[in-house]
Design a protein around this ligand. Structure first.
Ligand code: NDP
Length: 242
């Protein structure tokens, strides 16, 4: 049994850093053609462009802020023009901030919800016409949606919203042969985490270590593949056990 994505066309939002970058490279490494996007110019953009090129295949890295609906529509049009459609959509781009609820402004609430939840709506809504039967949508949520964390009310609410979106769409899209699932990472080492905080996390994670972006990407790749042909409306935690 081999995970093969040859001939599949995938969009991964937020693919220049962290989990999104690992997903884009894993899908490309398994044979998919990949379009990915980012919000702002940085050295990471050229780096992922170069690394995707090394995998071979037809890959494109495009600026599109997922909280800007017009840019998402443009991104979908680019997927149609450059790949001829999509088989896999990975909604990964996300933002987080740590703010006590009493200090949370409407502006900050909107920024996080518009990126994480309304962005997911825009991405799925605009790309759905490009997905044939057999298509797979994967939303990157967060383990926090199940447990809550202080100072993350806006983030947690946005990630919880993805669960409702996914469960509803699994019912609407199932008859069309399109699957949708949520992957919920725990603490993934995408940035340097202060040693004391890392030790605390390790003490409450069953496997006793933080996760790697590639470990999330492997689960996404499985859900993208035909091996997961009977999996929809599911929520899969990639959190080392908490
Ligand atoms: P990073 O901050 O490391 O990377 C985020 C990526 O998304 C970057 O490529 C960034 O591009 C892009 N991005 C951010 N905002 C936007 C936007 N508005 N439009 C388009 N692209 C955007 O994030 P992580 O890898 O840590 O997280 C990825 C996903 O996983 C998020 O949804 C996050 O909530 C979720 N997650 C992460 C966990 C973790 O421990 N890391 C735990 C649980 C969930 P740019 O450089 O241009 O900003």
């Amino acid at each position: 049994m081999e995970l093969k994505l040859d001939g599949k066309r995938a969009l991964v939002t937020g693919g220049t850093r962290g989990i999104g970058r690992a997903v884009a490279l894993t899908l490309a490494g398994a044979g998919a053609d990949v379009v990915t996007c980012y919000r702002q110019e940085s050295e990471a953009v050229e780096a992922v462009r170069r690394d995707l090129r090394l995998t071979g295949g037809n890959h494109h890295v495009i600026q599109a802020d997922v909280s800007d609906h017009e840019r998402v529509a443009h991104l979908a049009a680019e997927c149609r023009a450059r790949l001829g459609g999509l088989d896999v959509v990975v909604n990964n781009a996300g933002a987080v901030s740590h703010v006590p609820f009493a200090d949370l402004s409407h502006e900050e609430w909107r920024r996080i919800v518009e990126t994480n939840l309304t962005g997911a709506f825009s991405v799925v809504h605009e790309t759905l016409p490009l997905l044939p039967a057999g298509g797979s949508i994967i939303l990157i949520g967060s383990r926090v949606a199940m447990v809550g964390l202080p100072q993350r009310a806006h983030y947690t609410a946005s990630k919880s919203g993805l669960l409702g979106l996914s469960r509803t769409l699994s019912k609407e899209l199932g008859p069309k042969g399109i699957r949708i699932n949520v992957v919920q990472p725990g603490v993934i080492q995408t940035i340097d985490i202060p040693a004391a905080r890392a030790e605390h996390y390790k003490s409450i994670i069953s496997l006793g270590r933080l996760g790697q972006a590639e470990e999330v990407a492997n689960v996404v790749a499985f859900l993208a593949s035909d091996l997961a042909g009977y999996v929809t409306g599911a929520t899969i935690d990639v959190d080392g056990g908490t």
